[in-house]
Design a binder for this molecule. Structure first.
Ligand SMILES: C[S@@+](CC[C@H](N)C(=O)[O-])C[C@H]1O[C@@H](n2cnc3c(N)ncnc32)[C@H](O)[C@@H]1O
Ligand SMILES: [Zn+2]
Length: 341
């Protein structure tokens, strides 16, 4: 942890600023602080810094489903292939950002996983704080030690360990639907954006009401789907039923068994036509394995519509700037600007 991170942190217990409770030696600016203890300045609750990562996540023994969430993503991201050039394109496209939105900005990657998009934001000139619940953060520790503009924090987005109104940009890429309450997590994350700052969020979609589904924005290469909206709506609803039935089982299995089950799915994912019966059509086998596991293992998985997301933006005092176009399965995503004051 670098000294510069301290003013942005807040205690998850009560939102008060944190201070150093113990340090092995007086740190210099930009130098990494490998170990120590932070404490809440109001209630004195202590939070350790381990291997340079301040651990401000749920304290005590976390609830079983939160533990499974953390263990599942730790399993997934520790096996995920290294970040690649493709990640930059996906990041900008799915978060609906341009390089200018990042250069010189203070940015929060809310639910960073292994940090592939935190590294993309860093490469575009942002100062990046990457937060996650799971031990996937271990994959970013080396980079954070070498890079003064990268900070890694363990925390829970339902009680984010940051002061409100701190960041120029907060993005959360495929994360909030994996919390126990996506709406609450959305409001908490939106509150971290500075007035006039940007918020980018996308969530898993659902068929919902046909009237809403029928107006979903389609990517230009999926425009033909527009002529088959009824059928697409029925397919999405049926797919959800099958997926929910499978997940009732796979989210309860030991992680390694769920992972084993993903091998045949990842193999099927290479076959034309049949690949659409799986949860990943990625060309690379290792990515298909990871994405099938990502779908089947985490215990929390909620689904939303663009109408819900728009209402949440309004509730958080944010104006929608852009809505994410997508393919057959809805992927509600917004880029929004927080209002002044
Ligand atoms: C599907 S992954 C996405 C990771 C990253 N945004 C990406 O796209 O590569 C979801 C991430 O959300 C994290 N997560 C789930 N619940 C969380 C919570 N309550 N607080 C913080 N992170 C959470 C998981 O640990 C996981 O790394
Ligand atoms: Zn406190």
């Amino acid at each position: 942890m670098k000294l510069g991170l301290l003013p942005w942190l807040a205690s998850p217990c009560c939102g008060a600023p944190v201070r150093f409770a113990s340090l092995d030696s007086m740190p210099r600016e930009k130098e990494d602080i490998p170990d120590g203890t932070l404490a809440c300045s109001s209630c004195a609750r202590a939070y350790p810094i381990v291997s340079g990562v301040p651990r401000l996540g749920p304290s005590g023994r976390p609830e079983a489903l939160v533990s499974r969430t953390s263990a599942s993503f730790t399993w997934e991201w520790s096996r995920h292939p290294e970040a690649g050039a493709e990640d930059m394109r996906v990041f900008l496209e799915e978060c609906q950002l341009t390089a200018a939105d990042l250069k010189g900005k203070l940015v929060l990657d809310a639910g960073c996983g292994m940090g592939r998009y935190a590294l993309a934001a860093l490469a575009l000139g942002a100062e990046v704080v990457a937060v996650d619940l799971s031990e996937s953060l271990a994959r970013l520790i080396g980079a954070a030690q070498a890079e003064p503009r990268l900070h890694v924090v363990q925390g829970d987005l339902l009680r984010p360990p940051f002061k409100k109104g701190t960041f120029d940009l907060v993005y959360s890429h495929g994360v909030l639907h994996h919390t126990s309450d996506a709406h609450k997590a959305f409001l908490a994350v939106a509150g971290l954006v500075k007035p006039e700052g940007l918020l980018s969020v996308w969530l898993y979609g659902k068929a919902g009401r046909f009237a809403d589904f029928a107006t979903n924005p389609l990517r230009s290469d999926r425009a033909w789907l527009g002529r088959h909206r009824r059928l697409a709506w029925a397919v999405v609803a049926a797919r959800q039923l099958v997926s929910d039935s499978l997940r009732a089982f796979t989210t309860r299995l030991p992680l390694f068994l769920t992972y084993m089950l993903c091998y045949p799915l990842a193999l099927l994912g290479a076959l034309p036509g049949l690949k659409y019966l799986t949860f990943s059509v990625e060309p690379r086998f290792r990515l298909r394995l990871s994405e099938n596991f990502d779908w089947l293992s985490p215990p929390f998985q909620s689904h939303h519509t663009k109408e819900e997301l728009r209402a949440w933006c309004a509730e958080a005092g944010c104006d929608v700037v852009k809505v994410l176009p997508h393919g057959l399965v809805p992927k509600p995503g917004v880029l929004a600007r927080r209002r002044r004051g």
